[in-house]
Each structure stands twice: as C-alpha cells, then as structure tokens.
Write a protein that binds this ligand. Structure first.
Ligand code: ADP
Length: 482
C-alpha cells in the first residue's frame, strides 16, 4: 500500500511542472510524444467517432496552445518548441487535407503561420522563465550544500530551524553527540523532548539570544555537560528568518577542571602544614637569637617570616579559589556589629601597613548577619590592595554607613586608580590589570575574585568607583540584620 502511494506520488511529481522547478532535465521526447498522441486522438475521434474529418479544426485550436504552455513550463524552451513544431505540422496537415478552395487555403496558411509564430514566442518566453528559475534554485541549492558542507566540518553540533521551528539543517556531530536522530522538517516547538534543544525553543519563542549556557543532559544513562549558544538570524527588514543553535560538548573539559581543582585543593592542603610548622620554628628561632642582639639576624628573620606569611596567604587564597569553584566554601553566619569588626581589622592592619594612615572617616553602629572571618578577609583584601596600589604613601579612608536596607563599607585610596574598562574585569578569577604600571606590583589576581564570591554568599554586592591616576573607592554592601 505504502509502495503504491509513493509510486503514485513520484508519477504525479513527474508530470507536475511546479514540482520539477529546479530540475534541469529538459525532455524533448515527452513533449513530442504527448503532442503527437493528442494529434492522433483528435484524428481518431474525427474519423472513427464523429466520422467527419472537418471537426478537427476546433479541438486543434483549443488543445494545442495549453499543451505548448505546459511543456514550456515543464521542459523549458526545448520542450515548448518541440510541442510548437508538432502543432504547426499538424495545422499544415489539416489545411492540406481539408476540402477547401485554394484562396481559403492560402488564408489558413497565413493564420497558421501567425499562430505558429505566437506559439513560438510563447514557448520561448515561458521556457526561458522556467530555465531562469531553475538556475536560481540551483544556485540556492548550491549555497545550501556549501553551508551544509561547512556545518558538517565544524567540531561542534549545529542545528538550524526556520522561524516556525522546523529543522532545516542539522549536522552529524550534533546527532552523534546527543545520540539522537533529528529528521529534516522536525518541529522543535511541537515535539521538543531533548533538553539540549530547549534553549533553541526559547529563542524561537522570545527571539532572545542564549549565550554560553551550560546544561547537563542525559545521554543513554550517562551525564553529559554541553555549552549551548542560540541566536536568531534576521533578514534585511529585521524579521526572524531562522534560528541557529551551536552545542559544544564540554564534558571532558569539565572533568579536567574538576581534576585540576582537586589537585590545587590537595596541593594547597599539603603546602599549608609545612608552612605552619616553618612559622612556628621561626618564632622559636627568633626567641633563641634574641639574646645575641644582632640586628642582621633580626632583620633576616623578620624577612623570612614576612615571606612565609606571604606564602601562607597565597596558599590560603588558592584553597579558597578551589573551594569556591567546587561550591565548598562554607559561610558561618552570626549576628555581629560590623562597625566593631571594621575597627578591629583597621587596628590590626595599621600595625603592618606602616606607610599609609588608615582613617575611619564615617562610621555608624550597625548589625549584620555575617561570617566574621570571611568579612574580615574581604576588608583586609580591600585595605591591603589600597595600600599596595598607592605607592606614594597617601592616606586610606574607611566609611561604614547604612544605605537603605544594607550596610555599605567603603575603602578609598589615592593611588594609581583603575581605568573604567577594567572595573568589571578585576573581579574575575585570576584577572590582573596588565598595563606597564600595574605589572610592577606582585600578585595573582585572586583577592578580588574571592571577595566578590564571599559577598555574593552574603547576598550582597561589591564594586569600585575609580579614575585612572587619582585613586579608587572599593565598596561592598551586605543586608542589615533587623
Ligand atoms: P592582586 O592584587 O593579587 O593582583 P586582586 O584580585 O586583589 O589581585 O586585584 C586584581 C587587580 O585589580 C590587581 O591586579 C590590580 O590591577 C587591580 N586593583 C585592585 N585593587 C586596586 C586598587 N586599590 N587600586 C588600583 N588597582 C587595584
């Protein structure tokens, strides 16, 4: 039954000139044969059924022009001209065999000649139109094929739908990656059950671009991490004509990152214990050498202690970065007076920061629900940065104020400042400003990233206001406890 149906469809498509648009196979044989068949049928009708050879004139006049139009449209100029030639020959045959006077004959020949000319022009124009359309379709198909070839070469999965969500193009990488088969014409909005294609459905509905969305998808029981980017393609008038989605398998990359984080975590833990011991032994050594009152020994020991502390800070930062990345940073909140905490931190830091006067310019008694150690860490980072990036020994000013339902803590310095385009980036992981002036300051770019994440875990915000060359104000806000 199915076989019959498809055969029928193929047969209809063979005769349907619209279905053959783009098909450059132009047949002369079919147009000649069919026109001849019509001619024979008319003759049979006239001689056997009507038994009057004179009746052929009218059908011949009405049947052949549509045939010429049909074959010009189906088989181009060639098909149209072949049908015209057969028609004109038949017209000649009718005139010659007709029972008419020589004068009538010559008039009929004239008419046949004019009709033949009109048919020829008609066949040429329609045939030419058909062939031009075919060339355009071929070019478009070529473009489509080229696009398909490029898309097939890409190392990522690609799927393109039209504006109503029907799949126009899908590459093998996508099908292999997700172990799915998406047929051409598959309707994303009606059938979408694949979670990796949900961003595509979203863009189809909203027109909004989805960038770098990480998704965990299930592939035959295995979990796969993919990065999805989806965007709408517009025409010149801004109308959405297609939507494309690029899907990237980042499972291996993710696994590698996890292994890297595990390694950093382990290495930092391993480094921490010998460093703590070193610091303890240094204190012992300090006590032992105190009796000699040798300045060189004391300064050397102080330098070793400072460097050990610096190493400890780096190791602790590394540990925090890996904890944050793996979601293992623990925040232990308690009700505390932020103003008192700020006083305490400033007092402690002023001992080590000797070249800058740290002044509290505004302060209010305010209570928050926060992790004391972590908030101190953020404040310490902001104040040490303020000192580090102010080589001239300029003052550092602290302000603690209520802002709506938040506590705002500000650290202002009059140092080198930060260019506007760097304001957001400096809070990224391992980001450091790399201009010639900044390069002279040591650091690994972890402090502000850790601070930002700690403040985020307190449901707060952190930011900077700064102008290059005239200093910076770093601030963070966390909710007030009420
Ligand atoms: P680190 O100081 O270890 O490089 P941070 O994450 O603390 O890392 O800071 C990131 C970058 O932001 C620094 O490299 C520096 O370029 C810039 N920065 C931070 N604080 C200041 C400041 N107070 N003044 C000028 N630049 C700053």
């Amino acid at each position: 039954m199915h076989f019959e149906y498809s055969r029928m469809r193929r047969l209809l498509a063979y005769f349907n000139p619209i279905a053959r648009l783009g098909n450059k196979h132009y047949s002369i044989l079919l147009s000649t044969t069919i026109t001849l068949l019509f001619m024979i049928s008319i003759e049979i009708y006239a001689h056997i059924i009507a038994k009057d050879p004179e009746v052929v004139g009218l059908p011949a006049l009405f049947i052949f022009p549509p045939l010429i139009i049909y074959f010009s449209f189906r088989d181009g100029i060639r098909g149209g001209i072949a049908a015209t030639i057969v028609t004109v020959i038949y017209y000649g045959y009718i005139i010659n065999t007709g029972n008419i006077t020589p004068a009538e004959k010559s008039t009929q020949w004239e008419t046949a000649f004019i009709l033949g000319l009109i048919y020829l022009i008609l066949a040429y124009i329609i045939g030419w139109l058909k062939q031009t359309i075919d060339i355009h379709i071929e070019q478009e198909t070529d473009l489509g094929r080229r696009l398909q070839a490029i898309v097939e070469q890409l190392p990522v999965g690609v799927i393109i739908t039209n504006s109503s969500g029907q799949v126009m193009l899908v590459n093998k990488q996508l099908e292999d990656m997700l172990h799915i088969q998406i047929p051409y014409g598959y309707h994303i909005l009606r059938n979408n059950t694949f979670s990796a294609l949900q961003p595509l459905a979203k863009t189809l509905k909203t027109g909004k671009t989805v960038t770098d969305l990480e998704k965990t998808v299930n592939r035959e029981g295995k979990s796969l991490t993919v990065k999805v980017h989806t965007s709408a393609i517009h025409n010149k008038e801004g109308k959405v004509i297609a939507v494309a989605s690029i899907i990237h398998d980042i499972t291996q990359q993710k696994e590698l990152e996890i292994r890297k984080d595990d390694f950093i975590n382990m290495a930092s833990h391993e480094l921490r214990s010998p460093l703590t011991s070193m610091k303890l032994y240094l204190e012992v050594l300090e006590n032992l050498t105190e009796q000699y009152h040798d300045k060189r020994v004391t300064t050397t020991l102080t330098s070793i202690k400072d460097q050990t502390e610096r190493l400890q800070d780096i190791v602790n930062d590394l540990l925090d970065v890996s904890r944050l990345h793996t979601g293992k940073m623990i925040i232990e909140k308690e009700i505390l007076r932020i103003d008192q905490l700020v006083f305490q931190v400033v007092e402690e830091l002023q001992v080590t920061i000797q070249h800058h006067a740290i002044t509290i310019v505004r302060i209010q008694p305010l209570t928050v629900l926060a992790d004391k150690v972590r908030i101190s860490q953020v404040l310490t980072n902001l104040i040490t940065n303020a000192a580090k990036y102010s080589p001239g020994g300029t003052p550092i000013e602290i302000a603690v104020e209520k802002k709506d339902v938040y506590v705002s803590v500000q650290v202002t310095d009059y140092g080198i400042g930060i260019a506007k385009d760097q304001h957001k980036k400096i809070f990224d992981r391992l980001y450091q400003v790399t201009d010639s002036q900044e390069k002279t300051f040591p650091g690994l770019g972890m402090g502000l990233y850790i601070s930002k994440e700690i403040i985020k875990l307190h449901k707060g915000t952190i930011g900077v206001r700064s102008t290059k060359g005239s200093g910076s104000t770093f601030y963070f806000r966390i909710p007030l406890f009420s």
